[in-house]
Design a protein. Sequence first.
Length: 522
Amino acid sequence: MSEALSTRFQQRGFECAESRPEPCGIVIFGPLGDLTRRKLLPSLFHLLRRGLMPDDWFILGCLTRGEPLTDEAFREQVRLTLAADAARAPAGLLDDFVRRCFFQGGGAADPAFYRSLGARLDALGGPSGMGARRLFYLAVPPTLYEPIVTGLGKAGLGRLPKGHPGWNRVIIEKPFGRDLASAKALSQAVGDALDEEQVYRIDHYLGKETVQNILVLRFANTIFEPLWNRRYIDHVQITVAEALGVEHRGGYYEEAGCLRDMFQNHMVQMLTLVAMEPPARFEAGQYRDEKIKLLRSIRPFPDDPTALGGHVVRGQYTAGTAGGVEVPGYRAEPRVSADSSVETYAAMRVSIDNWRWKGVPFYLRSGKRLPRRISEIAITFRDVPHSMFSTFNDGAMPPNVLVLNVQPEEGISLTVEAKQPGPKTCMGSLTMRLDYRSVFGVEVPEAYERLLLDCMNGDQTLFVRTDALEAAWELLTPVLAAWEDTGNGPSRAPLRQYPAGSWGPAEADDLLRDDGRCWRTP
């Protein structure tokens, strides 16, 4: 089946080739961290396997909390990290990858480190000019973003003179700030050292195939776009559920919470892709212009904490059963306060005030210790205006639902009503599924592969611009403030409890029940 699909694509003239980047150096701050080991190094290795790395390149790992590593010691760490991937790769590929890895120790706030870094990059660049094209990846705690970017700028590794033949690009991970004020302060520090076209604020959800396919589904198919509005769509649900608890991330979660960890970035970004207007061209500037227009159309939440409860619900998991195993509540997790008020779950009703979506609610929910791990976007269409089938005279005919599965299995499904074999009016729901891995016959690339390749190629389409970042914080900062407003007593926006292994607090169900709807069970 995948071969037939491939043939049809070729006959219709689709351009499926990737662009290989120019020779460049990749500098990873935090080269021994979890993100680098689990995502960055494997993604770069997979790009090499696919023939998508530049003709000439190198990786320079920077910073360490302990003693600096030698190049050979760092290479051994890289080799161990990639051992499983290398077992499925051509012989010698891991050796080629490892020999291009180097290490430079130093302190994030030490100006001398950045001067030596510049000299090392010049030396590693060689005659190919790699030293003039640098990708800096900040795989470090957020507290180090500002000192690193400032250090790069002061050492001449940030903004480049006009007409310079090379480029410097900086990838910054989430969270970018804790609220609107801190995000603006960090943006100011970044803007002092870099131009906006040099800054790549990464949200790995935007690199997932299903998320990218939202735009193709909407804007390349005439059967969907005419229906993508308030006249035909009843409501939209976006769910990002995790079966695990906070595990070893208790210290981080105590500082972040679900709203900062998931909504300000992943949830809001998916919402914009589902609801945005079509750009004239699929080009970074126009695409991101439409996203900011959508964000500015979202109705602000009520300022009053009591009224806010009718729009946003926060929860925290208690002890329960997950996967048939008894698990502790959040407050009993390592590095979590025994009286913590941090939310591990949030659900909200979002309203968009524009012509396309006026009156169509968007329901968003995300949480830890839910029944299963799944991320999906479900578009529920309006009921038929009148049923001629006696079975459904009570108006209970199930609606058509289009579901975009983001993870763990990426794909699309559409549920329609159909006649079942047998009696004359025996009807039931029929779900048609498209699973990317089985249909196209290939492994779905890791999201970081897409995003790293785009950054090396200078394509900012799937990265977050400053104005969109601040618009998301502008929407959610009042919610955070209301939750933290105790008025010298208990918060007027209460923290709801839910047992581990459930789908969240009952009050989240009320958000939809009050509208005559209910959450989907994925």
